[in-house]
Design a protein around this ligand. Sequence first.
Ligand code: COA
Length: 167
Amino acid sequence: MRIEGYNIVLEVLEGANLEMVIALNDPHLMKYAGRVLQQNHTLETQTEWVSKVNANPNQRYWGIYELSEFAGTIRLDISNSVGLISLWIIRKFQGHGYGVEAINLVTDYAFKYLNLHRVEAGVLPENTASIKAFQKADFVIEATLKERQWSEGKFVDEIILRRLNVL
Ligand SMILES: CC(C)(COP(=O)(O)OP(=O)(O)OC[C@H]1O[C@@H](n2cnc3c(N)ncnc32)[C@H](O)[C@@H]1OP(=O)(O)O)[C@@H](O)C(=O)NCCC(=O)NCCS
């Protein structure tokens, strides 16, 4: 499913690309990604990962493009009819509003086409950019889960933000 926004387009990922592999191996960019993401990604491991995600009916995985340039990824994980969004934007494209736009596009898609009632995100407390991006996309902070994530060698709290379908 291709989703057209104002400044960006979301295209279902068919495979991996070099920019994606470089970004995933960037420890600064992935600092807040939690323990599920490790380094040493290659085109092969990433292609395999994308196929695995695409084969799962409860997951949607899009590339974020500015014009035709790859700018990041956004994923929607559905569990018990609740959507969970995670995303990252390549550093040179950060701060242009693309994160907020991508979150809005995927949340609207989840409400309108997947009939979900609730979409969430789990963010580390010091990840102010991400918290702000979700808040700007009308998510509200709902809870702090104690020591829910693993980051830089220790368990850390996770902030849960959510948006409900109020239509
Ligand atoms: C979080 C992230 C996706 C935001 O994407 P983005 O495209 O840079 O964000 P936007 O340009 O849409 O900005 C959204 C708001 O966040 C704020 N923001 C952006 N970068 C920031 C930073 N480094 N520090 C503090 N606030 C920041 C801005 O204030 C902006 O609000 P404003 O328009 O009022 O200034 C991006 O920074 C990123 O990829 N981070 C690394 C991976 C990550 O943390 N992913 C989220 C895990 S759930």
